[in-house]
Design a protein around this ligand. Structure first.
Ligand SMILES: [Zn+2]
Length: 197
């Protein structure tokens, strides 16, 4: 029996260990069934490559015209670079300098070009909007916007449209006294705690 594309995608994110299913204590104090650890996406390049291949397949289907793939640092650098390589396009990234998103000097070809934005995990869309502003400042036409994981489940709209994603998953957070996972007696995991050995 062959896996559906959706199952394949979900399994790759689990294999990367960027997506964990369980019962997690979030920094907000709420509880959640899912936990994303962005950095895990780039920790296993072999798995990331398989994920990127699926994203590239999706981008190709959309038949967009663009010269650049642009991503926000840092996680986005590996992801956008690999995407650009597979699509045989140019690559540029933005980074935060004193809180403000900006292009570092260089990337001279960007001016008046066409680009797609590729982000790792979309939560509120804040970074993507900042990348958009950076691109607008260079008169770049944005042909498409993609992320690997849309944590809003398609609720976040950028320029009035949902962002193209491989995995769209609405992550619900529960107040501890209303948490169905607590009610099932599942042990609560504090993510990151295992890093502090
Ligand atoms: Zn709970």
């Amino acid at each position: 029996m062959s896996e559906s594309r959706a199952e394949l995608i979900l399994n790759l994110f689990k294999e990367s260990q960027a997506l964990l299913k369980g019962h997690f204590l979030l920094t907000s104090g709420k509880h959640s069934e899912w936990y994303f650890e962005k950095i895990k996406l780039i920790e296993r390049p072999v798995v990331l490559e398989k994920i990127i291949d699926l994203l590239v397949e999706q981008i190709k289907k959309d038949s967009l015209e663009f010269d650049y793939v642009v991503s926000p640092a840092y996680g986005g650098i590996a992801i956008g670079f690999l995407t650009a390589l597979k699509l045989q396009k140019m690559f540029a990234f933005t980074q935060r300098v004193e809180e403000r998103m900006t292009f570092r000097s260089g990337f001279a070809g960007l001016q008046n070009s066409r680009a797609i934005i590729v982000e790792d995990i979309l939560t509120t869309g804040g970074s993507i909007n900042e990348v958009l502003e950076c691109l607008q400042a260079r008169q770049v036409t944005v042909s498409g916007i993609y992320c690997l994981v849309d944590r809003s489940g398609g609720e976040v709209l950028i320029q009035g449209k949902p962002v193209g994603s491989l995995l769209s998953l609405k992550v619900e957070a529960f107040e501890p006294d209303k948490c169905p996972l607590c009610q099932q007696g599942l042990p609560l995991i504090k993510p990151g705690a295992s890093d502090k050995k």
